[in-house]
Write a protein that binds this ligand. Structure first.
Ligand code: SPQ
Length: 451
């Protein structure tokens, strides 16, 4: 496919435009690929490495822009972090409670995880003053969800709209332990409070309405913190005044990145694709459950445990057309980032797919409900916006059009997967957004598409 230049990126007005011209017949996705390191685990390994005593070594770190923002912030806070690469990153931690007061604003770029998790760490560092900000998208995303519980613990945080929006200013101080009942299932809220609890005397607990991803709990335990989890009540606690010790972290491939290939392999006839070394932590595998409900042929091979996280090779083979289904309830936090690409799968399925209970999608890097509905409809799909989700009538033929990522990495890559099954040529504006979580996306796309 690459030789005939059917898939290419070009610079247009300081942005990148991705063109995908699907051949009329005889093309499918084939081969064995790897996806980059898990974004959630990459952030946490850099942060805990910075807070631990001694050295942390990280293998398989994601080299996307989001973890680069985390590394830049924690370097400014005093941690020594070697040049980022996938082989081996060394973090010389500064020790819990020892972060420096930076001379400048900490910039989390596009990354909600960087800003929200870091807030818990900064707010609990006494006698230091910090200012944090992000790009246009991040400065419009809600911060009260972490600012309010931190303020309940005694934190001093100021920002626009009473602390709801970055930039934020934080006067670090000793906090009081709390039991916070979060109204939303959010790993960022849970992790922020647990990280604040690390330096706080007593036991800090977070209870959420459904279980969100548990990478923080797993990694905090591995670094030596006393963390207690109760999956029955969706609660996690940390015992304060912990000591963290540097560890060796192996980052598995990101299931959120693998999801693009799982959907592509399931919808493009004749495809047979294996994605090696993918993290299959049960708090992240909702996408596998939904693809199974839709009738996709996805198998797990070589299942193993690597450094405390379950990992497998995932093989997808195109088969009978997918079937529409309902995606709602406790499943949502287990696949929240995969809903845009599952919406693409649903446009090619028979029947109707309904996504409910996913209002959180409106406050991601873009409003992922509105943007996916408008961009897929632009290509000829039948997608209706619901207040908390989408209703997708499958089985409509898509045609290539000019569409836009709205600077959201997951939107840009999902539209690229839709283009693989659309007739004609699709152009995706602002496709450079993929570099947030998947810098090699277009290279891999060119490699797996075979005529
Ligand atoms: O970090 P950011 O910008 O919030 O990234 C996203 C993504 O699509 O990559 C969300 F927009 O992932 C979040 C995810 O949605 C990463 C995350 C984590 O690492 O803890 C948790 C989820 O967010 P939340 O709000 O449900 O906790």
């Amino acid at each position: 496919m690459s030789e005939t230049n059917r898939i290419f990126m070009e610079a247009v007005d300081c942005q990148q435009r991705l063109t995908i011209a699907r051949p009329a017949t005889g093309f499918s996705l084939q081969g064995r690929i790897r996806v980059p390191g898990d974004k959630s685990i990459s952030h946490r390994s850099l942060m805990l490495g910075a807070l631990a005593s001694g050295e942390t070594v990280i293998q398989g770190l994601l080299l996307g822009e989001d973890p680069r923002s985390t590394a830049a912030c924690f370097r400014a806070l005093g941690a020594e972090i070697s040049e980022l690469n996938t082989e081996l990153v060394r973090v010389r931690g500064i020790g819990l409670g020892q972060l420096l007061e930076p001379a400048d604003v900490l910039n989390a770029g596009n990354s909600g995880t960087t800003l929200r998790l870091m807030l818990g760490i900064l707010a609990s560092h006494p006698d230091r003053f910090f200012t944090v900000t992000g790009d246009d998208s991040l400065r419009s995303r809600p911060m009260s969800r972490v600012v309010k519980p931190l303020q309940q613990m005694g934190a001093e945080i100021w920002g626009r709209q009473h602390g709801a929006l970055a930039p934020l200013a934080i006067q670090g101080r000793s906090l009081k332990a709390t039991h916070y009942h979060s109204p939303i299932a959010s790993a960022q809220v849970k992790s922020c409070i647990l990280l604040a609890g690390l330096m706080t005397e007593g036991i800090t607990t977070v209870t959420e309405p459904a279980l969100s991803r548990d990478h923080s709990e797993r990694m905090l335990k591995a670094f030596g913190a006393d963390v207690r989890v109760d999956p029955e009540t969706c609660s996690a606690s940390v015992v304060g005044s912990a000591q963290l010790v540097g560890q060796a972290v192996v980052v598995p491939g990101d299931i959120s990145s693998a999801a693009f290939w799982l959907v592509a392999g399931a919808i493009v006839p004749g495809s047979d694709l294996t994605i090696e070394n993918v993290g299959i932590n049960p708090t992240r595998t909702g996408v596998l459950d939904v693809l199974a409900m839709m009738g996709a042929d996805v198998t797990q091979e070589n299942v193993r445990e690597v450094a405390g996280e379950p990992v497998a090779d995932l093989r997808v083979r195109a088969g009978a057309p997918l079937r529409g289904c309902t995606i709602a309830g406790d499943l949502i936090p287990r696949l929240i980032d995969e809903i845009p690409v599952l919406a693409v799968a649903a446009t090619f399925a028979t029947g109707t797919t309904t996504v409910r209970d996913a209002e959180e999608l409106r406050v991601k890097e873009s409003d992922r409900i509105t943007v996916m509905a408008t961009q897929l409809n632009q290509m000829g799909a039948k997608v209706t916006e619901l207040p908390d989700g989408l209703e997708i009538t499958g089985g409509t033929a898509l045609t290539g059009q000019a569409v836009d990522s709205f600077t959201d990495h997951r939107i840009g890559m999902s539209l690229a997967i839709a283009a693989l099954n659309a007739t004609g040529t699709t152009t995706i504006h602002r496709a450079e957004a993929a570099a947030i979580s998947y810098p090699e996306f277009v290279d891999t796309l060119q490699r797996v598409c075979q005529e």
